[in-house]
Write a protein that binds this ligand. Sequence first.
Ligand code: PLP
Length: 423
Amino acid sequence: MAHRSMHDLLAPSLSIDWPNMPIERAEGTKVYGQDGRVYLDFVSGMAALPLGHNHPDVVAAIREQAGRLIHAPVGVYQYDVLLDLAEDLAAAMPGEIGMFFFGNSGSEAVEGSVKLARYVTGRQMVIGFRGGFHGRTLGALALTASKAKYRHGYQPLPGAVHGRFPYPLRDKLSPEGATERALQELDELLLHVVLPEDVAAFIVEPIQGEGGYVPATREFLQGLRERADKAGALLIYDEVQTGFGRTGEMFAAQHYGVTPDIMAVAKAIASGLPLGATASTPEIMRKWTPASHGTTFGGNPVAAAAARATLKVLREENLPQRAQRLGAEATTALKAMQVRHPEIAEVRGPGLMIGIEFGERRPEDGEFTKSVLQHCLDLGLVIYPCGTASSALRFIPPLNVGESDLSKGIEILDKAIAKVRGR
Ligand SMILES: Cc1ncc(COP(=O)(O)O)c(C=O)c1O
């Protein structure tokens, strides 16, 4: 058979992304390339595989559920696996958050969050932050501001304005200074552009993902909480990437100790099956009246079974705590690497949500990053970039990564950077 290419069959709007590698299969932390090589996979399904590929408990749950019930639209039918999942999730969520609208993706979870906030406040404006990524459907895209190219061709996108997110390295300020400046700009936005009483919600990733693995400061999130309360607006956390143990706590909200009103979750929730949720308190959710939002596939039983199995393993194997411990060890090793390789400008982030930013002379080129990625691949490690100019790497192995694989990944990265430096 002639070699098929995605270029001939899939919409070219899908970027030919790094490393665009043909693969056969995957298992745990390994992907098996069509080139016959086995690679260590630190992309983790773009943070959607907290247990690595094909965890046996998840596979067993999917198989069992597929034999019982694959699809039944929620509302027309009720099925226990989804109610069980809602109970499991409620036990893991911060504060009073304990009611859910299930969809199929992160974007849908964000759309649901914004619709909920608009519906219950009767207001339309939502304030997002530059560097934030919330998805690519039109509503979510209105809030995404990590790269202007994602919005190009779709403007104007109504109902959203963007504030500054504190980014100490790029702002060339201390975390306190960057926080103060971001909150000051937000207050100016609320004075000059949008009245506080028109704001339905502030939406923020507690740790920006696509934008560069940039953690918010606690004071920034506290500042948003205070402003939301004062304006009668809601605070939405987009925990699509930070959720399910990645930060060393189940959710970043718990890591920071600042609780939102609404949370969007997806990615890691079901170990790779399409599932997402808009989550909120019963008090807020009860104002979202029947038929004001709906779905055909959301809360699919097979995805729900995969999610229950994922949560069980996360809980029973204490994987958030493990992420905290391994993340601290990895951070120590990466910071030692920074001493050897001064091109590393910063190693940041809690748990196993670590960003490694290169201080490129022309960061808009991302050239250093690209060469590091290529050398990593040659040495058998697949790792993925982030940041507006792709000047950072996301270091996100699965939370159950073996210690030897973790060390191997760090070793490969070290060698790859050394090779690029020696060019
Ligand atoms: C923080 C965040 N929100 C939303 C999304 C959109 O999720 P999806 O691609 O599942 O629609 C992503 C995806 O990368 C994300 O990282």
